[in-house]
Design a protein around this ligand. Structure first.
Ligand SMILES: Nc1ncnc2c1ncn2[C@@H]1O[C@H](COP(=O)(O)OP(=O)(O)OP(=O)(O)O)[C@@H](O)[C@H]1O
Ligand SMILES: [Mg+2]
Length: 321
């Protein structure tokens, strides 16, 4: 394999970099990188970038994660939210419980509120919560800003991933990753060690090594952006990964790679919430539950058969949708 990095190591460094970092402030990272600092003053950093920089590891975060029975990760009760500017209500009483080790799929017609729900979970400033609660690993998420939510272990892959001109993929990931290690009192990884850590993850997503030296998402095709999102998730980790249409625009091989990567990051301790329009993703990533959203609410929850029914009969198969 042709390497852009002067390294041929493939073994992840030891000790495992996946560790908790409770007090890490993602904004600090901005002050370690001249490129990021110039481009994004801390209060203007896009939420997606903050999330990618701040997301916590899946393996050791949270409370009481050592027991055998799955813990509840996310509990959403009667959540309502409006567009911050216009006050137009979008979410109208969403209820959802996600336990460790589960894969939840949210489907629904265009405009039914799926992306809004995902963005409200990570604290996107376009929306205002007007009622209900979100508890993540026992903590009230509504009291947390987006960075804190990321620190708590929430990762979101947006439907339309943003570009970060002037910042290469590998620099971005290495800065985020090393910021964690510093916070943990661990030595930073050198470029060669970091390459050794991410190399197997490149293979997991089947992403060409050239993409490491390209600016984040700049000039990437739609499918390449989606692949890159999953790569970021594989490198940075998460307790709950929210993937908004990670399958859209993917050719059949890319879909298989992305699905393989999602399966690869799943453990008994973390969970995935996937928004999709197509059953084909579920051929590869097996859902624990499929939810149908309509009019800003989850109107039906079932097993994979719900998605099959929709594929065959459309949303008319769901009486409330
Ligand atoms: N920031 C915003 N400003 C104005 N309208 C918004 C905003 N965010 C969401 N909406 C509106 O809220 C509704 C729900 O949007 P959302 O993006 O959540 O739908 P969706 O279920 O993800 O749809 P799709 O399947 O097409 O992605 C839509 O009518 C959308 O136009
Ligand atoms: Mg959407």
């Amino acid at each position: 394999m042709a390497l852009l990095h002067p390294c041929s190591c493939t073994t992840p460094p030891s000790p495992s970099p996946i560790l908790p970092f409770k007090n890490w402030t993602p904004n600090r990272l901005l002050f370690t990188s001249p490129a990021l600092r110039r481009r994004f003053p801390p209060n203007r950093l896009p939420p997606r970038l903050r999330a990618a920089l701040a997301v916590e590891s899946p393996a050791a975060s949270g409370k009481n994660r050592g027991g055998d029975s799955p813990e509840i990760l996310l509990e959403v009760k009667d959540l309502s939210a409006a567009i911050a500017e216009s006050k137009q209500p979008i979410l109208k009483g969403v209820n959802l419980s996600v336990y460790e080790g589960e894969v939840h799929v949210v489907m629904g017609k265009n405009g039914s509120g799926k992306s809004t729900f995902a963005k409200v979970l990570v604290g996107h400033p376009d929306y205002e919560v007007t009622g209900g609660s979100i508890v993540f690993k026992g903590e009230n998420v509504l009291d947390m800003d987006p960075e804190e939510r990321s620190l708590a272990g929430l990762f979101m892959s947006f439907q339309s991933p943003i570009e970060i001109p002037g910042v290469s993929n590998i620099d971005f990931l290495q800065m985020a990753y090393n910021a964690r290690r510093r916070k943990l009192g661990q030595p930073e990884l050198s470029p060669i060690e970091f390459y050794g850590y991410i190399s197997p993850k490149l293979e997991l997503v089947n992403m060409k090594v050239d993409f490491l030296n390209r600016n984040v998402n700049e000039g990437f095709s739609g499918g390449e952006r989606k692949r890159n999102e999953i790569f970021q998730l594989a490198v940075l980790g998460a307790d709950l990964a929210i993937l908004d249409e990670i399958d859209s625009g993917l050719d059949v091989d890319a879909l298989r790679d992305v699905a393989k990567a999602v399966n690869g990051i799943l453990t008994a301790k973390n969970s995935v919430l996937m928004i999709t329009h197509y059953h084909r993703l579920l051929d590869y990533v097996k859902p624990t539950y499929v939810h149908i959203m309509e009019g800003g609410r989850i109107v039906e929850t079932g097993k994979e058969s719900v998605a099959k029914r929709i594929e065959k009969e459309g949303y008319n198969a769901i009486p409330a949708a």
